[in-house]
Design a protein around this ligand. Structure first.
Ligand SMILES: Cc1c2[nH]c(c1CCC(=O)O)Cc1[nH]c(c(CCC(=O)O)c1C)Cc1[nH]c(c(CCC(=O)O)c1C)Cc1[nH]c(c(C)c1CCC(=O)O)C2
Length: 355
């Protein structure tokens, strides 16, 4: 897939703090949103999802719109993130998989051979028409709040496809990359095409920013990341550049990879809680914004401990700005845990806005 796509004009949200922070412009307040802000921490989510499968709900535009709006109404966050999942485009393309409660994505026929790779389907934009429709409903309803679209990065999706489900050690995935680099790159090439098509469908429908989730990239050494992953993630970012929306790149445990993840073409690099933002800024280098990085487990320690951590992170973010970072978007270092008290998230938003 080459040739830069043309995107239609999108709504203008010049004052949206999230977009300003992501592009190095002054902000009226520090923007904040939470990964997995829509989901099991919210009683209204548990209620509306009762009896409806996770994947089924991702293909129902009205339901996607409502679930995406729930945390925006409740917490007054600066961004909505489209309610979907990284495996939605794989499912839409025809790969036999399901999302099992408490486990995650499970793939019926794992992809491990040259023939498996050759048999992978392509994603036709119509197959994610329901997602595009949800984006259109949301941009009409959101007002000044930015809508973040997203996709799984090639490595993280490859891990689910090769392992057949969630994996602690990613051993089959690493075995394939080291033993048969040609098949590995062919596999990542095919997944990259799907990821690009999924992001393009969201961008055509009007999302204001995109986040590429390479959640499990932290399992890789820097050398592995550079050789086996970076060229593919780089292609994803290059293919969506002409949409002129902020591109966020996030992974967990990626302290050693932050520079390379920035090089892949992101405007904003997401940081988990393991390193301070000012240290992250030096690793990423000047000219990019940072997103993060409150440990989601700290929210279980009560308000005093949470407030202390939020203030520390904002101080370190200011040091990051002094070190060359162009903006700070407050977020968790990974997704909201299901048992989190949603009231504390609302309080975090208020505190971040006041600092
Ligand atoms: C690795 C990954 C997946 N999915 C995603 C990632 C990358 C982000 C990350 O690192 O957390 C991305 C994702 N999945 C979901 C969102 C929604 C948007 C948001 O952040 O609010 C996003 C951005 C909804 C979801 N995706 C899933 C849920 C929970 C299922 C449910 O509510 O029934 C939600 C709200 C299912 C899912 N899907 C996946 C996992 C690990 C799980 C959790 C399994 C479980 O604990 O039950 C794969």
């Amino acid at each position: 897939m080459t040739g830069r796509a043309e995107y239609p004009a999108r709504r203008v949200l010049d004052d949206a703090p999230l977009l300003a922070a992501a592009t190095g412009r002054p902000v009226k307040h520090r923007p904040v949103w939470f990964m997995r802000q829509a989901g099991r921490s919210l009683p209204e989510y548990r209620e509306i999802r009762a009896g409806i499968g996770m994947l089924e709900s991702c293909f129902d535009p009205e339901l996607v719109c409502e679930i995406t709006m729930q945390p925006v109404r409740r917490h007054k966050v600066d961004a909505a993130i489209l309610f979907s999942d990284i495996v939605v485009p794989l499912k839409a393309a025809g790969i036999d998989l399901d999302i099992k409660a408490g486990i995650g994505p499970v793939v019926e026929n794992p992809v491990r051979t040259v023939a498996d790779v050759a048999a992978l389907p392509r994603l036709v934009p119509d197959e994610v028409g329901a997602v595009a429709q949800a984006v259109r409903l949301l941009t009409a309803e959101l007002g000044e709040t930015a809508l973040i679209g997203f996709a799984g990065a090639p490595f993280t999706l490859a891990s689910y496809l090769v392992e057949g489900g969630p994996s602690r050690n990613h051993e089959r995935t690493k075995a394939l990359m080291h033993a048969d680099a040609k098949t590995w790159h062919a596999l990542l090439g095919r997944i990259t095409d799907i990821t690009i098509a999924f992001l393009q469908a969201q961008l055509h429908a009007g999302v204001d920013a995109v986040q590429l989730f390479d959640s499990w990239a932290g399992a890789l050494s820097l050398a592995e990341y550079r050789e086996f992953v970076l060229p593919h993630s780089e292609r994803v970012f290059a293919e969506v550049e002409s949409a002129h929306v902020p591109r966020i790149h996030f992974g967990v445990g990626t302290g050693e990879l932050l520079g390379a993840m920035g090089e892949a073409g992101a405007d904003v690099v997401g940081v988990d809680w393991r390193i301070p933002l000012d240290v992250a800024a030096r690793r990423v280098g000047p000219g990019k914004a940072l997103q993060g990085n409150l440990d989601p487990a700290v929210l279980f320690a009560g308000w005093d401990a949470t407030e202390k951590e939020v203030r520390r992170i904002c101080r370190e973010a200011d040091a990051a700005l002094a070190a060359g970072a162009t903006g700070h978007i407050f977020n968790l270092g990974h997704g909201v845990l299901p048992d989190t008290d949603p009231a504390i998230l609302t309080d975090v938003v208020e505190l971040v806005h006041s600092l």
